[in-house]
Design a protein around this ligand. Structure first.
Ligand SMILES: Cc1cc2nc3c(=O)[nH]c(=O)nc-3n(C[C@H](O)[C@H](O)[C@H](O)COP(=O)(O)O)c2cc1C
Length: 215
């Protein structure tokens, strides 16, 4: 079986990224880009990002999670701390996040260190979730092998009965990670494959060094 995809070709020409029009602070540029992406047609889940961890088996692994907040400090997502990614981060907190926003022909790549969010902040987010999502987090021992889909549904049914009319507590194995960036790279597609790439790297004095990279 084979399929030649060589004819998939696209010219990128929607935007440009130039040093004189951007902030010294990459989080400000991230905020500007995110706003432009979410307010431009053609994006479904602008906060979906790929996170890459180095697994306990030595292989890198990527998967999508949802960015739930970004601040001056970094990027926050929620997951099961005992999942494959949770265990990988516990062993090696250096991870990579990336966003691909085709509607603006943009990519952002973040390298940083992940740390568990303070429990009260995870509690606050957990409380804001719909009941079904709360119970789902309790039911699913994420990344474990399970015998069937039915076991999940039975467990959900049991929990729905147990917690009817009651507050659903956040399980301590579920919560947020804050990823503190050390490097953020912005890629803007341009014509003739001469794309713009600007990388910010965190210096020892906590200033950001900005450099242009060859496409
Ligand atoms: C659009 C999308 C959003 C997702 N959001 C999350 C999320 O916010 N948190 C999460 O733990 N998993 C999320 N997932 C599922 C993960 O991709 C992954 O399957 C799961 O976290 C288990 O990964 P692991 O076994 O490598 O730990 C999402 C998947 C997709 C496709």
């Amino acid at each position: 079986m084979q399929k030649d995809l060589g004819n998939y070709r696209k010219t990128y020409e929607k935007n440009a990224l130039s040093e004189d029009s951007i902030s010294d602070n990459p989080m400000e540029l991230f905020q500007k880009w995110f706003y432009e992406v979410e307010t431009t047609e053609g994006v479904d889940e602008p906060n979906a990002m790929t996170i890459s961890t180095k697994g306990l088996d030595g292989y890198p692994k990527n998967r999508i999670v949802l960015l739930k907040k970004y601040t001056e400090e970094g990027f926050i997502f929620y997951t099961n701390y005992e999942s494959e990614k949770g265990r990988a981060i516990a062993k090696d907190p250096k991870i990579c996040l990336s966003f691909f926003w085709p509607n603006m022909e943009r990519q952002v790549i973040v390298k940083g260190k992940a740390e568990k969010l303070a429990p009260n902040l995870s509690d606050g987010y957990f409380e804001s979730r719909p009941e079904g999502s709360k119970l789902g987090a309790i039911v699913s021992h994420q990344s474990n092998v399970i015998p069937s889909r039915e076991t999940l549904e039975q467990k959900l049914e049991q929990l729905e009965k147990i917690y009817r009319g009651k507050e659903i507590p956040r399980p301590d194995y579920w919560g947020g990670f804050l990823v503190r960036p050390v490097s953020i790279e912005f890629w803007q597609g341009r014509p003739n494959r001469l794309h713009d790439r600007i990388r910010y790297q965190l210096q020892e004095n906590y200033d950001w060094k900005m450099e242009r990279l060859a496409p």
